[in-house]
Design a protein around this ligand. Structure first.
Ligand SMILES: *Cc1c(COP(=O)(O)O)cnc(C)c1O
Length: 222
């Protein structure tokens, strides 16, 4: 099936309250443009340099989401245009995003990444760490960022029961933290679910799915 067909197929299966991020990492601009021409406006990349290069040559009504691990010293390259940063996993990173956003007089929306997987390879903070940050005085002084939700990645496993438990834990964390009130924090988004598990993620409360290979085909990293 073509990219347009894949996209239409997935979009037609999503409930209205779920946002689709088309994960286009490693894919050429021609592929992204095919998705763009069938109406897709939200793209997710996991490398800042690649996102910057695609942003430069593509239409300016696209929302660019950074879904990968973010190195603090690279925030400056995307601060002028990024729409949502999914993988914020420490307070120092948040202060740098705030500093760079201020240079452009913007407010950058962020999700806190919560570690729900068993794998050590996955990034993220604990629910307790997130709670502590969101209620701290230092956090409340960051005027150029806004925390709009949480993001999580489940363990890479065939075991659906385990994945379901992990997604459910993220939803519970979200429900607990969303009662926190701060001018720069309003939790509305739960970013969870990829090609292999987005249906399960939606059943567990996801409001934003990050789907790559089911739209653009398998990735080739060589
Ligand atoms: C690559 C990636 C995805 C998309 O993965 P697919 O299995 O191709 O849908 C989603 N989220 C993150 C953080 C990724 O790095």
């Amino acid at each position: 099936m073509s990219i347009a067909q894949n996209l239409n197929h997935i979009k037609s299966s999503l409930p209205e309250h779920v946002t689709l991020v088309a994960v286009s990492k490693t894919k050429p601009v021609t592929d992204l443009m095919e998705a763009y021409h069938s109406g897709q406006r939200i793209f997710g990349e996991n490398k800042i340099q690649e996102m910057v290069e695609k942003h430069e040559v593509m239409p300016k009504d696209i929302e660019w989401h950074m879904i990968g691990h973010v190195q603090r010293n690279k925030v400056k390259y995307m601060a002028s245009f990024v729409s949502l940063i999914h993988g914020v996993d420490n307070f120092k990173l948040l202060t740098e995003i705030n500093r760079q956003a201020a240079r452009y007089r913007r407010t950058i929306h962020c999700l806190l990444q919560i570690k729900i997987a068993e794998e050590d390879s996955k990034f993220g903070m604990t629910a307790a760490e997130a709670s502590e940050i969101l209620q701290s005085q230092d956090f409340s002084e960051l005027q150029n960022i806004k925390i709009v939700g949480l993001m999580g990645m489940a363990t890479f496993t065939e075991d659906e029961t385990q994945v379901k438990q992990e997604f459910t834990r993220l939803k519970q964390t979200f429900d607990t933290l969303k009662t926190i009130e701060a001018p720069n924090c309003k939790l509305e988004t739960i970013s969870m679910g990829m090609s292999g598990d987005y249906k399960l993620a939606i059943a567990c409360g996801s409001t934003m799915v990050r789907v790559g290979s089911s739209i653009f085909g398998e990735r080739n990293y060589n």
